[in-house]
Design a protein around this ligand. Structure first.
Ligand code: CP
Length: 311
């Protein structure tokens, strides 16, 4: 990277070289986990603010752990109990928090573009932890890192993303990073949930998609909460047509195909119980790598807040 970026908002803003640098740093950060004291002083004296307008387990917890492993202080802004509920504007809220000398804000919000708007309002570094259906760039980073651990050369590796692509910020960000890094991506799902116009191959039939010979199958969560109309007849039918059933799992196992899912997963819909514990499931690796990838992002950014300018 030529100069340290202030914000981490989407994958599109970064070159292949930038993304490779984030991934190389992710690998370095993972080494810290093997130490008896899993902590380095890099961000001592800095404050990371967690601003989650939507629920999260993995992203919020892993950001908090990542910040603490870099010795930053972490404050969780409790949106439902805050003055946001009294109608305080986003600008006034963020000015208030910056005045308390926070340096980074990790934000998740249901509105696409929210993180970008916020970045224009503050000197704090803004990290997008998911904005509606638009982007989830740290998920993309941890996904790419997880695939690199089993396929160090990503060039021409084939990743089949299955499910609700239409509503998925994960699909948008992860397909983009894999494409930038030279991997091949294809989508599979019901016609109603897979975009017709994208640069990637599109399948609506499982057997045709598997004949494309993917190296990794990446399952998406069926996002009932974002579907304003029924997109398929029933979850049982979805499971039969697109889910990883025991029979399909046996095929993946026979052909050495890895399995990923960003979580949380719907058992019996996109994934059967046995697939969660499959020997080539990378789901727990994704979670583990989420901490390292988020450490890499916090490490690389340069806030414009006074505590950094004084340096
Ligand atoms: N993958 C992901 O974003 O999970 P959470 O919603 O639990 O953060």
């Amino acid at each position: 990277m030529n100069s340290a970026p202030k914000d981490f908002l989407d994958i599109a803003s970064f070159s292949k070289e930038d993304l490779t640098s984030f991934l190389d740093n992710t690998m370095q950060m993972k080494e810290i986990f093997t130490r008896s004291v899993k902590k380095v002083p890099t961000l001592r004296g800095r404050t990371v603010l967690m601003l989650f307008y939507e629920n999260s387990t993995r992203t919020s917890t892993s950001f908090e752990i990542a910040a603490k492993r870099l010795s930053a202080d972490v404050t969780n802004f409790d949106v439902p109990r805050s003055s946001v509920q009294k109608g305080e504007s986003v600008k006034d809220t963020i000015d208030t928090l910056e005045a308390m000398r926070c340096d980074y804000v990790v934000v998740r919000h249901p509105m696409p573009g929210f993180a970008k708007n916020l970045a224009g309002l503050t000197n704090m570094s803004v990290i997008n932890a998911g904005d509606g259906q638009h982007a989830h760039p740290t998920q993309a980073l941890l996904d790419a890192h997880t695939i690199r651990e089993v396929h160090p050369e990503l060039e021409k590796k084939k990743v089949l993303i299955i499910g609700d692509v239409l509503h998925s910020r994960v699909a948008r960000s992860t397909s983009r990073i894999l494409d930038k890094l030279g991997a091949e991506v294809a989508f599979l799902g019901p016609g109603s949930l897979v975009p017709k116009h994208s640069k990637f191959s599109r399948f609506t039939n499982y057997e045709e998609a598997i004949a494309w010979k993917p190296d990794v199958v990446y399952l998406l969560r069926v996002q009932m909460e974002r579907q304003t109309a029924p997109f398929f007849p029933s979850t049982a039918e979805y499971h039969n047509l697109y889910g990883i059933t025991r029979e399909r799992l046996a095929y993946l196992s026979d052909h050495g195909i890895y399995l990923m899912h960003p979580g949380p997963f719907n058992r019996g819909v996109e994934i059967c119980d046995e697939a969660v514990d499959y020997e080539r499931s990378l789901i727990n690796k994704q979670v583990e790598n989420g901490v390292a990838a988020r450490m890499s992002v916090l490490y690389a950014l340069k806030p414009q807040t006074s505590s950094f300018i004084i340096e």
